[in-house]
Design a protein around this ligand. Sequence first.
Ligand code: CP
Length: 314
Amino acid sequence: MSGPRSLLGIADLPADAIGRILSTAEGFGSVMDRDIKKVPTLRGRTVVNLFLEPSTRTSTSFELAAKRLSADVVGIKGAGTSMDKGETLKDTILTLEAYDPDVFVIRHPQVGACALAGRYTDAAVVNAGDGTGEHPTQALLDLYTVQREIGPVAGLHVAFVGDVLHSRVARSGIQGFRRMGARVSVIAPPTLVPRHLGTGLGAEVSADIRDISDADIVYVLRMQLERMGNGGFVPSLEEYARMYQVNHARLRPGQRVMHAGPVNRGVEISGALVDDPGSLIEAQAANGLVVRMAVLYDVLAEAAADGSAVREAA
Ligand code: CP
C-alpha cells in the first residue's frame, strides 16, 4: 500500500474498507476517553480544510480530528479567500499546493468539485460534501453510530424520509447502508425523489409516510430550502410538515431516529423528537470526530499500511 488515496464517494469504499475505517474509529474512540486526547499519528502531516459552503459539524470535527492526530491544520472558509476575487477552484488548489499539503478536505456547492480538485494535487482529497452530490464521511459516521448504539447494520431496515432530491446525505447514506447489508427505503413526496432512485441505488420508494412503521431506523432529511430556488417542490412548508413531518405520533415504540443536522425544527422533524434522549442525533454529531480521525488516518495510506500507528496510539 503506498501513496495517499482519496475519498470522493461511497463508491470508493467496498464493505471491507468501510469495516476497516469503522474499526479504526473504535480504536480512536478509546483514545478520546483519556485525559490527554492527542496522539502523534499524523505528526508532520498537513491537512487543509477548504470549506466553501456553510458547515458547523463537518468543519469543526475535521479540524479537531486533524489536531487530535497532531497534524498541522489550515482552515479556509468561503468568505475572505481569493475565490471572492474570482480565483477558480483549480487555481486555489494549485496555490495551496505550494505549502505541500497531504490532505485536502473540501466542501463545495458544486457536484464533482472534489473530483476536479483531485486533478490538480497529489494530496489525498476527502469530500466533505459537494453540492447535492455526496457526503461520504456523514455516511460513515452514521454507520458507526448505528453499529455502536443499535448493533450490526446488516438486516436492519432504514427509511430515509424527506428531501432526497437535494440530499447528499441520502445519496451517500443509501449506498453505505445498502453496502453493509441493510434494507433501505425512501419515503417522500414524488417531487422530492430523484428519477430512477430505486433502480439506481436500490432503495424502495414510497410516498406514504405510514410506511415508516416498517423501519428500524427513521432517517429524517432536512428540507434544503437553500437549494429549492423559487420552490414548487411542495405546496408550503406547513403542508409538508402536515403530510411528512416525523414526530412522536408517527413513530412506534423502539424505532430510532437519525438526522444529520442542521435540523429545521417543526418542519421535517418535531422539536420534541430532536430533544428526545432516544434519538441518535447527538450521537451522530459526537461520533463525527473519531470517524473523521479514522478517515484522515486511512487516506494517508503509508501510515495505515500495517495498522501500527493506531495500535501505538491506543
Ligand atoms: N451534517 C452536516 O454535514 O452538517 P454541517 O453542514 O454542519 O457540516
